[in-house]
Design a protein around this ligand. Structure first.
Ligand code: FAD
Length: 593
């Protein structure tokens, strides 16, 4: 992580964090976060799996350790906020790394605190002054948690099917009826209140995506004096049982139950703008899904590396039958090494991609940064967003599976955590918009159906800068060639997709969207690994570096760019060929007509 901050992204220069004091604060915060993540948080990970959240007498029961963890998290968070108030805020790039440590410690627990920050921003941006004055403080000092409530039993990916209804009363209040389903961290007793940010209709006759509004729906309303909590009629009908994330209570919530009305507070002045408002919550939620995935994957990676170094089994391939040849730690076998390099490439590549997104967020928020830099950062961030969510969660599953394989038989037992990491991480390709929905989002909204190449061109230019530097080392020629080749294949695929759109065959593209997204993800990861290798080669040449650490960076990059990236280039050429066939058939039909 230090390498990322101070060598790859050079935040002392790029973010002007060049004083010894600033560096000290960051290092101290990271060390404290690591101690908590690897201490109490990680110690409760197994318990989280064994004490699945459940419903008893209408209340949700959580793993025993959660109230203590919540208190520990609140104290740390409050301390950081105090630091931020005194002008020593941690930049998003650092926050992302810290949150990764927490996700690696106990991802289920983190669902209870994950929405607090985005909820604060949403309330501040769209809530009335009264609403902020009444409900803001508890969110600020962590006496309330927040949930994002979109999904219903009949409406998952398809929001046009949403049916929860907020009916405006003569006195101007909205009363909510209906249900929400699978809501994460949907109920608990750890805080005074829970705020549900609910997407609902205001007019039952309206259908489709139009007319959806966002409401703040507190579990307890606060009376006008601010002194009393009033039951707001929200009931937990069920806590679902799941294959992973067992400490997270995924709830079926009913509104306006038991004859108790559920009052909902409209965000914004107008009805029907809920989807745009919720984007404020969905964007960080998608990034944090990527960080959830990265945390789980890096935990699986690290435990399997530790195991492979102490498990002694088998001899060198050419001495397998020799009684005198020593048995080796499995880490020394070439195939176990291959698995380690795969895991290391995906985890370190995704970590760098997420760090870049954090860095660019600082650029976007800082008007003193040059305009062209901010614009480029914005273009690249837009392309990276669905990749951070979808690619990282898909690869986390691959990493966890590889970690189980590295362990052999014990990896399949509950004595080792890799299987729990795998079960936990599966949902990350499903929630916050499935990964196929992300791929459609990438193709349609981020790449402008491949008809508007601006964002992709900006990304390509940034990659070209890295390629030029890597080429200058003279030691990465094959890798540079492979990344250029993958970019050329990406060009073929996007050109073919654009032609499908131009020749009225747009509906033929979605079948290739996931492969396009995965290959673009591989290109982005290759870019970051190559950048790290170029820096590592310079450090090695200087002679005073930790040689093993930097040599490993070069090995990881070469492994990925030589053995994984060419597979993506081939995949891109295959889908380009398929789409070209579609266009050729269409043109032949048009000519025949
Ligand atoms: C553990 C967990 C936690 C969750 N937490 C929350 C939460 O806090 N808040 C919340 O609101 N929701 C939450 N959800 C719900 C989650 O967001 C949905 O499950 C998800 O959006 C998918 O919806 P669905 O389950 O109805 O699947 P469906 O929409 O039925 O999708 C099933 C399959 O069909 C595909 N598909 C669907 N539509 C299309 C299309 N147009 N084109 C191509 N393929 C399509 C999907 O990609 C998927 O593979 C959670 C779910 C789980 C499992």
């Amino acid at each position: 992580m230090d390498f990322l901050l101070w060598e790859q992204f050079r935040i002392h220069e790029t973010l002007g964090l060049d004083s010894a004091e600033q560096r000290d604060i960051i290092q101290t915060n990271m060390a404290n976060a690591r101690a908590w993540a690897e201490g109490p948080l990680a110690q409760s990970y197994k318990e989280t799996d064994e004490q699945e959240a459940y419903l008893a007498d209408g209340k949700v029961v959580l793993p025993d350790s959660y109230p203590g963890l919540y208190q520990g998290f609140s104290e740390m968070w409050t301390q950081w906020q105090d630091g931020a108030a005194q002008g020593t805020a941690m930049p998003p790039i650092v926050q992302n790394l810290i949150i990764e440590m927490f996700m690696a410690g106990n991802a289920s627990f983190m669902t209870y605190v994950g929405f607090s920050q985005p909820a604060k921003s949403l309330l501040r941006a769209h809530g009335s002054d009264d609403l902020n004055a009444t409900y803001g403080p508890a969110l600020q000092d962590m006496r309330a948690t927040a949930c994002l409530c979109i999904t219903e039993k009949g409406a998952g990916s398809d929001l046009s099917k949403l049916s929860a209804l907020a009916t405006k009363q003569d006195d101007g209040r909205y009363l909510l009826t209906g249900h929400k389903w699978l809501i994460s961290a949907g109920s608990h007793e750890m805080t005074d209140n829970i705020y549900y940010f609910v997407l609902a209709r205001t007019d039952p006759k309206q259908t489709g995506m139009a007319g959806l509004s966002c409401f703040l729906v507190p579990r307890y309303r606060i009376d006008e004096a601010g002194a009393h909590r009033i039951d707001n009629g929200i009931r937990v009908n069920e806590v679902v049982t799941k294959m992973g994330f067992k400490g997270c209570a995924n709830t079926h919530l009913l509104f306006g139950e038991d004859g108790v009305e559920t009052q909902a507070f409209l965000l914004g002045r107008m009805e029907g703008t809920g989807l745009q408002q919720l984007m404020m919550m969905m964007k960080p939620a998608r990034i944090s899904t990527g960080i959830f995935a990265l945390g789980l994957a890096s935990s699986a990676h690290e435990t399997s590396v530790a195991y492979s170094q102490q498990r002694v089994q088998g001899k060198r391939f050419d001495r397998a039958m020799s009684a005198r040849a020593p048995s080796l730690p499995i880490a020394e076998h070439p195939d176990v090494r291959r698995m380690r390099l795969d895991m290391a490439a995906y985890t370190s590549g995704c970590r760098a991609m997420i760090a870049r997104l954090g860095l660019y967020q600082s650029f976007e928020d800082d008007p003193s940064q040059p305009e062209d830099l901010r614009r480029a950062a914005d273009d690249i961030s837009e392309v990276l967003l669905p990749i951070v969510k979808a690619y990282t969660s898909d690869k986390a599953w691959v990493v966890c599976e590889t970690a189980i394989q590295t362990h052999g038989g014990v990896g399949f037992t509950r004595d080792y955590p890799a299987q729990q990491n795998a079960r936990d991480c599966k949902v990350l390709s499903i929630w916050e918009g499935t990964n196929h929905i992300q791929a459609l989002f990438l193709f349609r909204d981020k790449l402008g159906m491949c008809v508007q190449p601006k964002r992709l061109n900006t990304l390509r230019a940034a990659i070209e800068d890295t390629l030029a530097r890597a080429e200058a080392t003279g030691a990465l020629d094959k890798d540079v060639h492979n990344l250029r080749d993958a970019l050329a294949a990406l060009g073929d695929a996007t050109a073919a997709a654009r032609d499908c759109v131009r020749y009225q065959r747009m509906n033929d593209v979605p079948q290739f969207a996931v492969e396009l997204q995965a290959a673009l993800g591989d290109i982005v990861i290759a870019w970051h690994l190559l950048e790290a290798a170029e820096i590592a080669l310079k450090a090695l040449a200087s002679g005073d570096a930790d040689a093993a650490f930097y040599a490993d960076k070069v090995d990881i990059a070469r492994h990925f760019l030589r053995r994984r990236l060419p597979q993506s280039a081939a995949s891109l050429r295959a889908i380009a060929g398929e789409m070209q066939d579609v266009v050729a058939t269409q043109l032949a039909k048009t000519q025949a007509a």
